[in-house]
Design a protein around this ligand. Structure first.
Ligand code: GMT
Length: 374
């Protein structure tokens, strides 16, 4: 049995989801898991005797113009490691978490092993800033193991940071007990008539998601296929999307659902997921859709092609090429036999390549390896 500390952004997107779900799986396997975060991870769910939560409190001492969260986190990590005798700290996101873990290790000693998982924007955006590059490099180079969620992210990390250390590829995963095609006839009827198709986009509506391309593709698809667009999530580009919907006169066909907790239930309603991102190290939502039998039409950015097999579990087009995306969407929605083949391929690929048990085995092996127990 291992004692594992986990630090992540507990309220943020895919990285928080992956970190939390991984912790839950490790707890199920009998390991003791200690979340060290600024608030309770949003997907933590039910009580589990193997899961502990340690809240990082930030000092509000009046001299500090900016409360030093990173230092509070590093000291909390060191405290928890010593009190709970943790073997491994698994941090998600290089900055600041890998650097905080490095500091904690300086405080408690080398017996503590640090595993860092890179999720994307910590490299693709932050490592572009010269002022942060050295710090990210330090966090990565001083970790005992580093993993990334796609080969594309590994390549990008090497290129941007000039790093040649070993980086393990550990894809994101979905829990097959949660992500499977749900019966949703009733729910579907709340949004679409029986003859209508449902297209869906789920994200944090940041510019990188190219939300206007989503609306553009839907505007073109809906001219030839009776359909509705469900937009799930919130973020900075939400108002832009609302304006575009109005400009195209699509108010009756587009529904803004806001943030939703039960993604598996919501995604099961969709016939297609749209993911035309500018950059995506993996695209967890497309895997969640795949596991529910929903193909994706997306861009071929970043790690998306490692997840979506073009022509089998969805279609990919160059970033911004909404005409090609539209053509693929219409082709799939109009061809029932082909759609059924795609759906089967989605279920098969999600279960066989991105299954929670497989990826949890991989992480467990990495923990034992850094502890010299493999
Ligand atoms: O931008 C997001 O979607 C949030 C961000 C995060 O930190 O959760 O997502 C990144 O990590 C996810 C989990 O590994 C990946 O599935 C997303 O592709 C990645 N986002 C980007 O690379 C833009």
């Amino acid at each position: 049995m291992l004692k594992i500390g986990i630090t992540c952004y507990p309220t943020l997107g895919g990285s928080g989801v992956v970190a939390t779900e991984l912790g839950k799986m490790m707890a199920e396997r009998g390991h003791q898991v200690h979340f060290i975060t600024h608030s309770l991870p949003f997907r933590l769910g039910r009580y589990d005797k193997n899961i502990f939560y340690h809240e990082v409190e930030v000092s509000d001492y009046y001299v500090f113009k900016y409360p030093p969260y990173d230092l509070s986190l590093a000291s909390k990590m060191a405290q928890v490691v010593e009190m709970q005798k943790l073997d491994v700290l698994h941090v998600h996101y290089a900055l600041p978490h890998a650097v905080c873990a490095f500091l904690a290790k300086q405080m408690v000693g080398d017996q503590l092993k640090v595993v860092t998982t890179l999720h994307g924007t910590d490299i693709t955006i932050l490592a572009q800033e010269e002022s942060l590059k050295e710090l990210i490099r330090l966090g990565i180079n001083r970790s005992d193991a580093v993993t990334a969620v796609s080969q594309d992210l590994i390549d990008e990390t090497r290129k941007l940071l000039d790093i040649d250390r070993h980086i393990d590829l550990a894809y994101n995963f979905v829990d097959k007990r949660i992500y499977y095609p749900r019966a949703c006839k009733q729910l579907r009827s709340d949004y679409a008539d029986p003859n209508e198709k449902i297209l869906m986009h789920i994200s944090n509506f940041r510019p990188v998601k190219r939300i206007l391309d989503v609306v553009d593709v839907f505007a073109k698809v809906s001219k030839s296929v009776p359909s509705k667009l469900l937009l799930v999530g919130e973020g900075p580009d939400l108002p832009k999307a609302q304006c575009k919907v109005k400009e195209y006169g699509l108010e009756d066909k587009v529904v803004f659902l806001g943030k939703q907790d039960d993604v598996a239930e919501v995604i099961s309603m969709a016939d297609l997921l749209l993911l035309p991102s500018e950059k995506e190290s993996f695209g967890l939502v497309a895997l969640e859709a795949m596991a529910c039998g929903v193909p994706t039409i997306g861009s071929n950015a970043g790690g998306i092609p490692e997840l979506i097999t073009h022509g089998e579990t969805g279609y990919l087009a160059p970033i911004g090429d909404t005409d090609t995306m539209t053509r693929y969407a219409i082709d799939l929605l109009r061809n029932e036999v082909k759609y059924e083949q795609f759906r089967e391929a989605c279920l098969h690929r999600a279960r066989n390549v991105f299954c929670n048990d497989l990826i949890a085995d991989q992480y467990e092996e990495i923990y034992y390896r850094v502890l010299g127990k493999s």
